[in-house]
Write a protein that binds this ligand. Structure first.
Ligand code: ADP
Ligand code: MG
Length: 394
C-alpha cells in the first residue's frame, strides 16, 4: 500500500473497503478493494478468493479490470482500474429514469457482460446498480464478483447465497438450492425497469415483502416455488402472499414491457438467455445494436489509446516489501507462507494493446511459479472526482 496515496473511500461493504488511490510513481488512479482480516473470518476469505479466481479468469471489455492482487498481514488487496462512477449514482441524479438511448446503451453492455459470464459458466448472483461501473466515455463495467460462482454440477447444491434482496429471483426467495443463470436474468429485468423509470421495481423490506411485491405484479408463484415456500423453515407458519388481481408494470412502452417480461418470468425456465436478449427488438429496432456496437468499439479503443500513452504502474519491489522485510529481520510479524505479490507484466500488456477480448484471453495465463498474472489492457486515468460513500441496499 505504500506505493499508493489514498484519496478516500468509494465503497464500504460487509467484507471490506474500496479506496480510491493514486499510484505515487505513475500518478494513475486505481480502486483498491481491501478485505477484512481473512484469517479471522472464513466467509471473508471465501469471498476474496472467489473474486480473485473468477476475475483472473474473466476478461472482457464490459467487466472491471483487475490489475494486481496481494495479501499482506492476513488481508487481501485487489487493485482495479478506477472507473468514474456507478449506475446507482446516475440513477440518483435522474429520479425519473435515464433517457431511452442511454438505457439501451447501458443495458446492452450489461447484457454483453452477463452473456460473457454465462458463456464461461459463471453466475454473477449480485447484479444491481452499485455493482455496475460506468467510465467517462460511457463504457459499462460489471464489478463485484464476491458472490459469483461457477455453475454447480447437477448433484451439487448452492448453500451460501445472500445477495441483495430487491433483485432476487422468486426461486432464491423461496430457498431453492438448485438455481442457475436465470437468477441473473431476473436481476437484469429488475434493473431494466429501474433504469427506464428511475425507481426500483420491487423494493421489498423483508423476504416475505419481496415475494409480496412480485406476486402483486405477476400473480402467484409457480407450483414448485409454492411447495418450496411451505417446506422452508424460515417461513414456517407464514401464509404465502397470493394475489387474485395483478397490477401490471406501468410507465413503459410495449416493446419495453415485452423485453422485461422475457426477463421477469416467474418460471426460471421461461426466462430468456442473455444472448437472446441482445437480439431483442428493444435493441435491434432502428438498428441500434449495429450503430452502437461501432460507437462502443470506438469508445473502448479511445480508452485503450489514452491508457497506452500514460506511464504504467509497476510495483517497486523495495517499496512494497521493505516494511515486511524490516519486521521479519527483527523476528516479528513473520511473512505468512500464503503471502504473495502479483505484478503486472509490462511486456505482455504492450503486446496485448488494442486487441479484442477473444484474442486477448488467449494471452492471459497465471503463472503460479512466479506469481505473475497478465492483464488484458492497460488502464486509463479518469477525472479526479471523489465519490461519496453510499449506504448499501441489502
Ligand atoms: P462490495 O463487495 O463491498 O460491494 P464492490 O466491488 O461492489 O464491493 O465495491 C464497492 C463499491 O466500491 C462499488 O459499489 C463502487 O462504488 C466502488 N468501486 C468498486 N470498484 C471500483 C472501481 N474499479 N472503480 C471505482 N469505484 C469502484
Ligand atoms: Mg458491491
Amino acid at each position: 500500500m505504500e506505493s499508493y496515496e489514498s484519496l478516500g473511500p468509494v465503497g464500504e461493504g460487509s467484507y471490506g473497503t474500496v479506496l480510491k488511490c493514486r499510484h505515487r510513481e505513475s500518478g494513475r488512479l486505481v480502486a483498491i478493494k481491501k478485505f477484512m482480516d481473512s484469517d479471522e473470518d472464513k466467509t471473508v476469505k471465501k469471498i476474496a478468493l472467489r473474486e480473485i479466481k473468477l476475475l483472473r479468469q474473466l476478461r472482457h471489455d464490459n467487466l472491471v479490470n483487475l490489475l494486481m492482487v496481494w495479501k499482506r498481514r492476513r488481508r487481501w488487496y485487489l487493485v482495479f482500474e478506477f472507473v468514474d462512477r456507478t449506475l446507482l449514482e446516475d440513477l440518483e441524479q435522474n429520479p425519473n429514469g435515464l433517457d431511452l438511448n442511454t438505457c439501451r446503451q447501458y443495458m446492452f453492455q450489461i447484457l454483453r457482460a452477463a452473456t460473457f459470464c454465462h458463456q464461461q459458466n459463471v453466475i454473477h448472483r449480485d447484479i444491481k446498480p452499485e455493482n455496475i461501473l460506468i467510465s467517462q466515455e460511457g463504457v459499462v463495467k460489471l464489478c463485484d464478483f464476491g458472490f459469483a460462482r461457477t455453475i454447480a454440477s447437477p448433484s451439487e447444491v448452492y448453500t451460501d447465497y445472500v445477495a441483495t434482496r430487491w433483485y432476487r429471483a422468486p426461486e432464491l426467495l423461496v430457498g431453492d438450492i438448485k438455481y442457475g443463470k436465470p437468477v441473473d436474468v431476473w436481476a437484469l429485468g429488475c434493473l431494466l425497469i429501474e433504469v427506464l423509470t428511475g425507481q426500483p421495481l420491487f423494493p421489498g423490506d423483508s423476504d416475505l415483502d419481496q415475494i409480496y411485491h412480485i406476486v402483486k405484479c405477476f400473480g402467484n408463484l409457480v407450483t414448485h416455488h409454492q411447495e418450496l415456500f411451505y417446506r422452508n423453515p424460515i417461513f414456517s407458519g407464514v401464509k404465502l402472499p397470493e394475489s387474485s388481481s395483478t397490477v401490471p408494470l406501468q410507465g413503459i412502452s410495449s416493446v419495453q414491457l415485452i423485453v422485461s417480461q422475457r426477463c421477469l418470468d416467474m418460471d426460471p425456465e421461461g426466462r430468456a438467455q442473455c444472448s437472446e436478449l441482445l437480439d431483442h427488438l428493444f435493441f435491434t429496432q432502428d438498428s441500434f445494436h449495429i450503430r452502437f456496437l461501432e460507437q462502443l468499439n470506438a469508445k473502448i479503443q479511445k480508452e485503450h489509446i489514452e491508457n497506452s500513452t500514460l506511464p504504467k504502474i509497476t510495483r517497486s519491489p523495495g517499496q512494497e516489501r521493505s516494511k515486511v522485510d524490516e519486521k521479519n529481520s527483527r523476528g516479528k510479524d513473520k511473512k505468512h507462507p500464503e503471502d504473495m505479490d502479483e505484478k503486472v507484466n509490462k511486456d505482455k500488456i504492450e503486446k496485448m494493446k488494442g486487441k479484442q477480448p477473444s484474442q486477448v484471453s488467449k494471452h492471459i495465463h497465471n503463472n503460479n511459479n512466479n506469481n505473475t498474472f497478465y492483464l488484458k489492457v492497460p488502464f486509463r486515468t479518469p477525472k479526479v472526482t471523489l465519490h461519496k460513500t453510499r449506504n448499501k441496499i441489502q
